[in-house]
Design a protein around this ligand. Structure first.
Ligand code: 5AD
Ligand code: FES
Length: 348
């Protein structure tokens, strides 16, 4: 068998058998990878033009009750310097972002009980009142159905919750046993039902990964029909049990971005910070493999070093909102342009 017929099938049918996906992941060489990525980029251009959507990431708390084995802000990491942004600090981030052309704000944090529904709704309402033309995306982990509902009612438009892996035996290798995959996947269903544009995703090459698991993940995501899909390479963090593990590869990440694009043509797929962290041109390469979103950091510079999910996370220079111009130039250098509209999910 050859890779080309499977790539053509993905292009035409937006789907393939699990065995075919697995075969592709195993046999893609330099030439067929280039072909796959170009096909995915073409598909993205067909739907979105050469437009890249912007989201401003506000990492507003690094307190977390969970202890995910891979994560630098896990509860058990005594070396993490904890912080919470105040409402006025968050509004300040939005103000700066708005002036720079951001029309989506992503509030991301650990699972922090301080930010209960009342406090979250106050933040969401404040942003929507001040910036009615902006979308608010939440990324706060697992919460109750009621909580998702009231935050949506308060004006939140979108929600990101990566499943990390939908394969039970793999999930168990990455999380303490108090955490349940079942609940995580249930949350994704609830979020969709509640009316959020919903994002899922996973880390590529996280400890215990196998090609077969990745093929299963692609099938899971296809079936979920998410509005957004975020993936990035696993990157070890020095204060975690996985400190000495190998990180995920750039090539595999780019091939998966491309396969996800062909299988989910309408989805908003970011060129993530993690892919920009392992390769200085990683985000550009992800765009040329079918990604259509970038999410620069709008958090105050003083706290950025404390939101270290993994080692050497991009947090200065280009990543800084102050450097919007550099980002524009980077994107233009590959023949795309950053656009400032909300960039909602649309069925084509
Ligand atoms: N390497 C790469 N990505 C990570 N994340 C958390 N820890 C790491 C790590 N060590 C990702 C997870 C999470 C998102 C916010 O960051 O996928 O969902
Ligand atoms: Fe916070 Fe995983 S460590 S959710």
């Amino acid at each position: 068998m050859d890779c080309r017929p499977i790539i053509e099938k993905l292009r035409k049918e937006q789907d393939a058998q699990m065995e075919e996906l697995r075969y592709l992941l195993e046999h893609l060489d330099e030439e067929s990878s280039a072909y796959l990525r170009a096909a995915a980029a073409e598909e993205a251009v067909r739907h979105f033009g050469r437009k890249i959507y912007l989201r401003g990431l506000i990492e507003f708390t690094n307190y977390c009750k969970n202890d995910c084995l891979y994560c630098g802000i896990r509860r058990g990491n005594q070396n993490a310097v904890r912080y919470r942004l105040t409402l006025s600090q968050i509004m300040e981030c939005c103000k700066m972002g708005y002036e720079l052309g951001y029309r989506t704000f992503v509030l991301q944090g650990g699972e922090d009980a301080y930010f209960n529904d009342e406090r979250m709704c106050e933040i969401i309402r404040s942003i929507k009142k001040e910036y009615p033309d902006c979308a608010v995306t939440l990324s706060l982990g697992e919460r109750s159905e009621e909580s998702y509902r009231v935050m949506h009612k308060a004006g939140a438009d979108r929600y990101l919750l990566r499943e990390e892996t939908s394969v039970p035996e793999h999930y168990a290798m990455l999380h303490p046993k108090q955490m349940s995959l079942e609940n995580r996947l249930h949350c994704l269903e609830i979020l969709k039902e509640t009316g959020y544009q919903t994002g899922c995703g996973f880390m590529v090459g996280s400890p215990g990964w196998q090609l077969e698991y990745l093929a299963r993940e692609l099938c899971y995501i296809k079936k979920l029909r998410p509005h957004m899909i975020g993936i990035g390479p696993f990157i070890p963090h020095k204060d975690t049990v996985f400190a000495k593990e190998t990180g995920g590869s750039l090539d595999l990440t780019l091939n998966l971005v491309a396969m996800l694009r062909l299988m989910n043509p309408n989805a908003m797929i970011p060129a993530t910070t993690a892919v920009g962290t392992i390769d200085p041109r990683g985000r550009e390469k992800a765009i040329l493999s079918g990604a259509n979103v970038v999410m620069p950091n709008l958090s105050p510079v003083s706290v950025r070093k404390n939101y270290m999910l993994y080692d050497n996370k991009l947090c200065t220079g280009d990543e800084a909102a102050e450097c919007r111009k550099c980002l524009d130039a980077r994107i233009r250098s590959i023949g795309y342009e950053i656009v400032t509209d909300r960039g909602d999910y649309r069925e084509f």
